[in-house]
Design a protein around this ligand. Structure first.
Ligand code: HEM
Length: 392
């Protein structure tokens, strides 16, 4: 670990200069205290594992109902049914689909995820050099979410761009074009997407029966849209971050190839070491203390998930990528408590199938150009990741 924070260095993780490599500023934020106040944004930032966990678990005081993103619901005019609600509304919406995301239900998707994964990986390996993002990590989540929801979008490029706008639209300095794109996506779903759904699917369960409990009312379309759009960019990030990590650390890939039973843990380690979401927000319902720091009522609080996952107070040698790490699964990349990612079993299944398919074919990943990160302040993914798939 390097020295503690310098007062001259800005601790603002939202500055564009931190986007490509936010880990140095995360380290300084952790060192600066359990929670750090950024006066220029009037924002309270939790970067330590213990603080992030405290914020996420105390959902009554750290509420999501005023908004779980940088921009409050009142300012954006946009409320996502799951993440921007508190109990009892959140409980009602979550229970309406919870059963559909049980591990054994998601397991039924495996053959339908495996087949296109094998096909696309095979083609990428045959090509030798590919941009992993366009060849694999964008199309695979699109295909999995089609299978999960029953919605067939116009094409991968369109759904990827819609999903990217969801992540942009409630971030700092959001360009209004992103809100327009999200409204376009929801409009397309209502006017075209629903009609194309097969007889039995999650989409019809939500739209026609109000979910398993029948308790979804006016929010049916937005509930379906949330699941549909939340599963695209997030998993794209996980898959690409995995290839990137294994290109940087070939010995970790050797270990996975030698013992594919490491793959589930390797997926957790990728999520820990390079977490897809940069942060989520909460708003305090009353004055509250975290690690001895008093946060006032009605404050904006930012939980920096990737910073928590690199906290050496929680994970030994936290900056080291170690696929055998025994407690990798304790990461908070999927959040925690009542808003814990409902789609986590889907993402885990996709990532395990992806790495399994690659492990049987690819000896090493070589970067053949400069990876380009997406300048998105909510999610950390790539717009380009040129890779040579070495087989011999
Ligand atoms: C690697 C992939 C993914 C990551 C890292 C991820 C991360 C997260 C995180 C951190 C949260 C909590 C937000 C908060 O606390 O405010 C969340 C919630 C959620 N995720 Fe995911 N997610 C992923 C994939 C998916 C997939 C594949 C789906 C759908 C199929 C999905 C659907 C949702 C939904 C609906 C919620 C809201 C849950 C609630 O508020 O009760 N996610 N996700």
């Amino acid at each position: 670990m390097t020295a503690g924070p310098s007062v001259d260095l800005p601790l603002d993780p939202f500055l564009l200069e931190h986007l490509d490599d936010p880990y140095p500023v995360y380290e300084r934020l952790r060192a600066a205290g359990p929670v750090v106040h950024l006066p220029e944004r009037d924002l309270w930032v939790a970067a330590r594992y213990e603080s992030v966990s405290a914020v996420l678990r105390n959902y009554k005081v750290f509420a999501s109902g005023l908004g779980s993103s940088y921009v409050r619901v009142a300012d954006s005019g946009f409320r996502a049914p799951f993440i921007d609600n508190d109990p009892p509304v959140h409980t009602r919406i979550r229970r309406s689909v919870q059963q559909q995301f049980q591990r054994n239900r998601i397991e039924e998707m495996r053959p339908d995820v495996r087949e296109p994964t094998e096909r696309l990986v095979e083609a990428a390996v045959a090509a030798g050099e590919v941009d992993v993002v366009t060849a694999l990590t964008q199309p695979l989540p699109d295909l999995a979410i089609r299978r999960l929801t029953g919605i067939t979008p116009p094409d991968t490029e369109t759904i990827t761009s819609w999903a990217d706008s969801v992540m942009h639209m409630v971030g700092p300095d959001a360009d209004p074009v992103h809100m327009e794109r999200v409204l376009e996506a929801v409009g397309w779903l209502a006017e075209t997407g629903l009609a194309g759904m097969p007889a039995h699917c999650l989409g019809r369960l939500i739209m026609e029966q109000g979910g398993d409990t029948g308790q979804l009312g006016d929010e049916r379309l937005m509930t379906l849209a949330s699941i549909w759009l939340a599963g695209i960019d997030s998993t794209n990030s996980l898959l690409a971050n995995a290839v990137h990590a294994f290109a940087l650390f070939p010995e970790a890939w050797d270990a996975v190839r030698a013992d594919p039973s490491l793959i589930p843990n390797a997926v957790e380690e990728v999520l820990r070491w390079d977490s897809p979401f940069r942060q989520f927000f909460r708003r305090t319902t009353e004055e509250v203390e975290v690690g001895g720091v008093t946060i006032p009522a009605d404050a904006d609080v930012c939980a920096v998930l990737p910073a928590a996952n690199r906290d050496s107070a929680r994970f030994a040698d936290a900056d080291t990528f170690d696929v055998t790490r025994p407690d990798a699964r304790q990461h908070v990349a999927f959040g925690a408590s009542i808003h814990l990612c409902i789609g986590a079993p889907v993402a885990r299944l996709e990532a395990a199938e992806f790495l399994t398919s690659l492990a049987s074919r690819v000896r090493a990943f070589e970067l053949v150009g400069t990876p380009v990160r997406n300048p998105n302040r909510e999610i950390r993914n790539f717009t380009s990741l040129p890779i040579r798939m070495v087989t011999a």
